[in-house]
Each structure stands twice: as structure tokens, then as C-alpha cells.
Design a protein around this ligand. Structure first.
Ligand SMILES: [Zn+2]
Length: 126
């Protein structure tokens, strides 16, 4: 049964892998625009502190722009982590299994959300 599933999943997995790799690239490009690579974030990106000027209102703008960038950066990193862990699961042959109940996640759902960790049932139970 499991063996048959893998045969069946093969082409599907390739498609998912392509999607994930593209997502990963997009995320990395966005992160690079946002800041320089460094050790500040878990995946090695640092958000640049913007510099608008020395006046007080300019400084306040800098701080708010920085916190905006920071939260965008953290969201991007979170997505990147999810993409990486999905790619890792493909490698390990564990992709598409619900992390909560261990059942297979619906293919349609995976195509729409390649980083989905839970099946619809478990997600709706949250
Ligand atoms: Zn589940």
C-alpha cells in the first residue's frame, strides 16, 4: 500500500518540489532586498536599519520603517523555514503526511499550499 502510494506520488512530488524551490528562491530574493546576510536572523539575514536623516521626525520614521522591515523579514524567514522543512521531508520520503494524525494530506491542498503540515481535518480542529 505504502509502496503504491510512492509510485503514485512520484510525479506529484516532483511538481511540488519545483514549486517549493521556486518559492525558496523568491523568498531569498525578497530577504536579500530587505537586508544583508548576517548572523542576526536564524537563516542568516539582517534587516538594514534605514537612514532617512537626523531630525527627530526622521528618526521616528526610521524606527517605524525598521520595525516594519523587521516584521516583514521575520515573516519571510518563517516562510523560508517552512519551505526548507517541506523540501527536507520530500528528501526523507515523509512529505504530505499530516504531522498531527499521520494521515495523507489531500493532494489538492498540497498543490495549493505546498508547505501544509496538517490535513484539513486537523487544521479545522485547531
Ligand atoms: Zn491530520
Amino acid at each position: 500500500m505504502v509502496f503504491l502510494c510512492f509510485l503514485f506520488m512520484d510525479k506529484f512530488l516532483k511538481e511540488i518540489e519545483e514549486k517549493l524551490k521556486k518559492q525558496k528562491k523568491d523568498l531569498e530574493i525578497q530577504l536579500e532586498k530587505l537586508g544583508e546576510k548576517s548572523k542576526r536572523f536564524r537563516n542568516g539575514y539582517q534587516v538594514n536599519f534605514p537612514h532617512f536623516g537626523e531630525k527627530e521626525d526622521e528618526n521616528a520614521d526610521e524606527v517605524s520603517a525598521f520595525s516594519d522591515r523587521l516584521s516583514i523579514g521575520l515573516n519571510l524567514e518563517k516562510s523560508l523555514e517552512e519551505v526548507n522543512s517541506a523540501l527536507e521531508k520530500i528528501k526523507q520520503g515523509k512529505y504530505g503526511i499530516c504531522e498531527k494524525c499521520g494521515k495523507k494530506i489531500d493532494k489538492e491542498r498540497l498543490l495549493a499550499f505546498p508547505t501544509a503540515k496538517f490535513c484539513l481535518d486537523c487544521k479545522n480542529k485547531k
